[in-house]
Design a protein around this ligand. Structure first.
Ligand SMILES: [Zn+2]
Ligand SMILES: [Zn+2]
Length: 259
């Protein structure tokens, strides 16, 4: 997979492996542009992310690796930022990085993708939480704070699927993404979860293609073995739908790469 922009490091406290191990795996998989996008610091849910104090350490270690491997692969620096009202921080939003991924991991402060809190699905109206989730994605796009939409349909992770048509639930979010000129990632982490398919689903991706929304590719690796683990699958899906290019970012400027 030529481009892989969403990967974590040990600094988020729920990933393993060294930065070198991730990069060596990416080189082995013929990746040309490999990005780290650590869970950005936030005053909410601090346990699962880098701390504000560690930001410099994170950025410096990625930049050191960028220099070290520059003849083999281009390393890019980013953050995966939680779109969560009242908890986004200028130190992250104004950081000197190549790109920011905007992700929604919380509905009303419920960490819906965390297996620790899976019990709550039983007490929720699934159609309603899907709509709330996509409303948050729409707001995130309209904020224009981010470059890439992280795992756009993460709400499907545990396979609690809505009765309503998913495209109907997601349509305003997709229009907002188009309007904000954001990039959609095809994220293979879904293959490692109960849902067993990438984010987004084929239907959402087809609609994104129809709307001319650009894509990029992501392992969302939390260990070196996960780098490019299902890359063939997601590249094949993108090609089949008609995509021929994917995005990278340098200092928040987009460039399209043929794949
Ligand atoms: Zn994570
Ligand atoms: Zn995420």
């Amino acid at each position: 997979m030529i481009v892989d922009l969403h990967n974590h490091t040990v600094l988020c406290n729920h990933a393993e492996g060294t930065i070198d191990e991730y990069i060596l795996k990416a080189i082995e998989k013929n990746t040309k542009y490999f990005g780290f996008s650590e869970h950005a610091p936030m005053d909410f849910d601090p346990k699962y992310r880098v701390s504000f104090e560690q930001m410099k350490q994170y950025e410096d270690s990625v930049l050191e690796a960028k220099e070290k491997y520059k003849n083999k692969i281009e390393i890019l620096l980013g953050y995966e930022v939680d779109y969560l009202q009242g908890h986004m921080d200028d130190r992250v939003l104004n950081s000197d990085v190549d790109y920011l991924i905007g992700s929604v991991h919380f509905i009303d402060e419920w960490g819906f993708d965390n297996p620790e809190f899976i019990g709550r699905y039983e007490h929720e109206d699934i159609d309603e939480i899907w709509q709330k989730y996509f409303n948050a994605i729409e707001d995130m796009a309209k904020s224009k704070l981010f470059d890439i939409v992280g795992h756009i349909d993460l709400i499907k992770v545990f396979k609690f699927l809505p009765k309503r048509d998913i495209l109907d639930i997601a349509k305003n979010a997709l229009l907002a993404i188009k309007e904000s000129d954001m990039v959609l990632e095809i994220n293979m982490a879904g293959f490692r979860k109960p849902i067993g398919e990438p984010y987004p689903s084929i239907d959402i991706l087809k609609e994104a293609y129809r709307l001319d929304i650009p894509i990029t590719f992501s392992s969302d690796a939390h260990s070196p073995e996960q780098v490019s683990l299902y890359s063939q699958e997601i590249v094949d899906i993108a090609k089949k739908i008609g995509y021929k290019q994917c995005a990278i970012f340098r200092h928040r400027k987009r460039e399209m790469i043929s794949f």
